[in-house]
Structures are given as C-alpha cells and as structure tokens.
Design a protein around this ligand. Structure first.
Ligand SMILES: Cc1ncc(COP(=O)(O)O)c(C=O)c1O
Length: 331
C-alpha cells in the first residue's frame, strides 16, 4: 500500500517531549535513560495510538466515511483513543469489545462510554478468533443499514501499513530530537502488543540509518509469532528500505500471567518509575516494558554504559482500571 507520502490529520501535540530520567537510570544501573513522552500525545489522554489515528482517520475522511469501528479487549487503549478522537471529529464510533460488560465500568471502558461511543460486547477471548472478524463485519453492515458509511479498523487490514508508517514518522521525530540534543542512543525499548509501533520505529530508524537498536518487550504474543508478523507488516509500506528480522529484537518473558493481566514485576516497575521520576506507567503495557528494561539492566543484556530511550506509550486509564493492585503500597 502506498502510504509513504500520505498526509495525516493534525490531532496530536507533536513532537511529544523527550525527557531525561536520571534518578530511574541510576536506580536501575544504566548510564542514561530518556523517556519519550507519547503519553502526552493528547487528545483523549494520548498514547501511541494518536499518531496512527492521524493517518487512519485521514484515510477514513478521504473515503467519505462518517463512522469508524474496531474490535479489541475491554480495556483497549486504541478503542478509548478512537472514541475520543471520533468525538472531536464528529464521527460515529462503534466498538466491539471482547468480554462481557463488567459490573463496575472503569478505566478505558468508562472513557469509551463518556466519549459517546456505541459499545457492544463479544464473548470471545482470543484476538485472532475468526468470530471477532465476522462480528465486526456484521456491525459494519448494521451501521450501513442505519445510513452510515463505516471505516473498519482491524488487523491485518490496511490499518497495518498506516500504523507502521505513522511510527516510522515517529522515528523521524525522535531522530530530530536526538540530533538537536546531541544524543546518539544505543537502544529504544517499547512495549509490543500488535508490534506495529515497533515495526514503524525500526523501519524509521533504518530509513535514516540511525543505529539505535529497537527492542520490543512482548506483552501478548511469543516472539516467534511476533517477529515474522512485524517484518510482514513493515513490508506493507512499499517505499524505502525493507525491514528484516535481524534489524530489531523482541524479548519474551514479561507477558506475565496473560495479556492484560499484571505481573508482580510490572507492578514493581510501575512503583519504581513513580517513586523515582513521578512517572505513571500502567501495569499491562508500559509497566511490563519497564520490567523488561530493569531485568535487562540487571542481567547485563542491556549494558551499563548504554544510552536507552524508553517509549512511554500511554495507557494511563489502565492504571486506574487496576488501581487495586497498588492499594497497599509499601511505605
Ligand atoms: C499503552 C500501550 N502501549 C503499547 C502498546 C503496543 O502497541 P502495538 O500494538 O503497536 O505493539 C499498546 C497497544 O495496545 C498500548 O495500548
């Protein structure tokens, strides 16, 4: 898909800040740590989906669509960002969430409803379950019957190429920030769900020949499944260099009990970032990625002399959705 030169909508507060985190760096034993504050991407509480939505919703508009729909988990950050941005653009947003409506509506789900999205529930757990795609197609048909022209966001559709391209541009933004600050980081750490953010970052650094190694900490799938998918997704962006499996790393071992379920290491990492830098991570994406960084610094797979960038990809509502985990904070 030719996405290279596509213009996006101006939705986010870009460039997002790149901040030093010296107290956290010292505590975990690395030379220098920088945090890319994508959590401040605004609107709708920001996060790594805003860049993707700038391109996706420009595409939706170009196709004359007046409604958007997608499917994801109950506490999806993508769904919340889509609902919030749709409210701002006057688009109808329909969400098909995996699971059943919980008794207490909190976190991202609360925000989905607050932003006025039409929320439906689907009783499947596996994101790749074909019933999810079938139900999404049925919802699109229902929207058409109601007079809408729907734009469907679902992996692995056209949204993959746009998502990768959005983050390749995010890599270019980082490149300019590194150059302006005289930095030459060795590594960038990012939470990996679908892997599209990593795919874009690694592709973008390859475009600019930046040597910064992108290391994804998987929060969902095994690396053996994620790596070929990331290469395939990056390959959907037709222009520029091809991303290869050797260009980036995906680290297993921090998924914890399951996708969307916190691990003790992630909870400890969230606490540490909060106490050293006043930084709020969430326990199922950025907390797991930070747990991966801390463990890498401890076992030496991330060298003590390295300059590391950590992508704070957002997910703040997920912290509040699981605030019970933090209720008995140690003194
Ligand atoms: C807060 C947060 N961080 C990271 C990710 C992972 O992004 P990707 O799916 O592009 O790998 C997600 C995805 O849902 C997310 O919500």
């Amino acid at each position: 898909m030719t996405v290279h030169g596509k213009a996006g909508l101006a939705l986010g507060a870009f460039p997002t800040p790149l901040e030093a985190a010296p107290r956290l760096a010292e505590t975990i034993g690395i030379d220098r740590l920088l945090i890319k504050r994508e959590d401040l991407a605004g609107p709708a509480l920001g996060g790594n989906k805003i860049r993707k939505l700038e391109l996706l919703l420009a595409d939706a508009r170009a196709q004359g669509c007046d409604a958007v729909l997608t499917t994801a988990g109950l506490q999806s950050n993508l769904c919340r960002a889509l609902a919030g941005v749709s409210a701002r653009l006057g688009l109808h947003c329909a969400l098909l969430l995996r699971g059943s409506r919980p008794n207490s509506v909190v976190g991202n789900l609360l925000l989905d409803e607050l932003f006025g999205a039409e929320v439906r529930f689907l009783d499947v757990t596996d994101p790749w379950d074909p019933r999810a795609r079938a139900a999404l197609d049925a919802l699109a048909e229902d929207l058409r019957r109601r007079g809408h022209r729907p734009y469907l966001i679902h992996l692995p559709g056209q949204s993959a190429a746009l998502g990768v391209e959005a983050w390749a541009r995010g890599a270019a933004e980082l490149d300019a920030q590194f150059a302006a600050a005289g930095l030459d980081p060795d590594r960038l750490i990012v939470a990996c769900g679908s892997g599209l953010t990593l795919a874009g970052l690694a592709l973008g650094f390859k475009r600019s020949a930046r040597r910064c190694r992108v290391t994804g900490i998987s929060v969902q799938q095994p690396a053996s499944r994620l790596k070929p998918w990331i290469v395939e997704a990056a390959g959907r962006v037709e222009a520029g260099p091809r991303l290869e499996a050797g260009d980036f790393d995906v680290v297993d071992g921090f998924v914890g009990p399951a996708y969307g379920v916190a691990s003790p290491e992630a909870v400890a990492a969230v606490r540490l970032a909060a106490r050293t830098e006043g930084l709020v991570l969430d326990p199922v994406y950025t907390g797991k990625a930070m747990a991966g960084l801390i463990a890498g610094a401890r076992d030496g797979s991330i060298g003590a002399g390295e300059q590391v960038v950590f992508l704070h990809s957002g997910g703040l509502p997920g912290f509040f959705a699981q605030s019970a985990l933090f209720a008995d904070a140690p003194a």
